[in-house]
Write a protein that binds this ligand. Structure first.
Ligand code: T46
Length: 136
């Protein structure tokens, strides 16, 4: 599966907790964009796409969310519920996010600027491309 959990060091003391995300140290790519999803409505499922090139790390900095993942070979579902655990997604992974808690803030670090042409939104096309990638 082209996804990996990444655990971040926690700097805690009597005042509370702090996590630092640093390019090339605990983030294995150049951070070119950061965005976050919040105030997601109940029962919403979103995503339904893969990326041709983009790599990302998702972190539930607050609350929790389920992520359905499919790399064309394997399908799995994980829960993100920790501000010190990220999920690294390589390119060509189909993702669907669901069961957002009302307090969920899902922060995403990406190695490219926003580019709608990088999205594969048709599942059949994704399966074909993933198969071609495996053969090459
Ligand atoms: C992903 C999951 C986790 C922008 O203008 N700039 C951006 O950088 C992004 C990510 C989105 N947008 C606009 C495009 C849409 O009008 O924001 C709107 C919502 O984006 P989208 O429908 O793509 O949201 P999700 O939740 O389906 O997917 C997003 C990311 O697009 C995607 O890369 O992996 O979050």
């Amino acid at each position: 599966m082209k996804v990996t959990f990444v655990d971040f060091g926690r700097h805690g003391d009597e005042r509370g907790m702090l996590v630092a995300l640093e390019e090339g140290r605990n983030i294995p790519f150049t951070i070119r964009r950061v965005y976050y999803l919040f105030d997601t409505r109940p029962h919403v499922r979103r995503g339904y796409h893969a990326h041709r090139q983009l790599k990302q790390i998702m972190i539930a900095v607050s609350g929790s969310v389920k992520v359905h993942l499919d790399d064309g070979c394997e399908v799995t579902e994980v829960t993100l519920d920790s501000p010190y655990r990220g999920l690294l997604l390589e390119s060509m992974v189909w993702r669907e996010m669901s069961e957002f808690s009302s307090d969920c803030v899902l922060m995403v670090l990406a190695d490219q600027l926003y580019d709608p042409a990088d999205y594969v939104r048709d599942y059949q096309e994704f399966c074909t491309l993933a198969k071609q990638e495996r053969k090459s």
